[in-house]
Design a protein around this ligand. Sequence first.
Ligand code: F6R
Length: 260
Amino acid sequence: MELIILPDAATASRSAADHLAALLIKKPTAVLGLATGSTPVALYRELIKKQRTEGLDFSGCSSFNLDEYVGLGPDHPASYRRFMQENLFAEINLPLSRVHIPDGLAKDLPAHCDAYEKSIRDAGGIDLQILGIGSDGHIGFNEPTSSLGSRTRLKTLTERTRADNARFFPNPEDVPHHVITMGIGTILEARSISLLAFGASKAAAIAAMVEGPITAMVPASILQTHPAVKVFLDDAAATEPSKIDYYRNVFAQKPSWQQW
Ligand code: F6R
């Protein structure tokens, strides 16, 4: 894991956007794995800016989102389909025909999840997966105790995640209990991963992910086994790992030939 610790979320999001843009320039047909929630919003704003000011071109890309609430349709204000439309897709030239988000209204959920896995394979696999992290260490909606080899499936949210996400709903009890999420095994097959985390509320989860034992109790800790993970943090999310000075030094001393 490479930790990129920058003073604030805006700077870290710009750095993550530069990394994604470098991939797109090298591979205009890149398959992107996308996340929702508060964390990637500034990254998406940077990507929109890059399209407008630098001509960053998404026309050859495909995308797969990590997750969706069961029971929420694309027009529901808290659905992840709607979130992506408002925060990214409406503003960039990624063809909607190549956008994939689990369907929260699917009638046959297991069949839908299998088909989602197949469409990722048919697209050639994910080149770069964007991730946030839950305060309990979840990635996607793979809550603690999720199988580390899991595939896209139905999950039940913990009460902690429902409380964390209540801010997106009129009433806390409106947060659905169930979601469709890519599995941990699915996420691990991405060729590269950028995980972003900002703020003190993520500090403990980040330390457990980076330095803790690999355990289903902290699903993000499995990322220790992936060969190409970049972790973009602000100072506040990077207070707890014991080797923080080392990670800062690695980044500061990064050889100039070692590009994105
Ligand atoms: C969202 C997702 C979740 C979030 C996590 C952090 O698609 O997969 O894992 O990344 O819950 O959410 P925020 O960014 O709102 O703190």
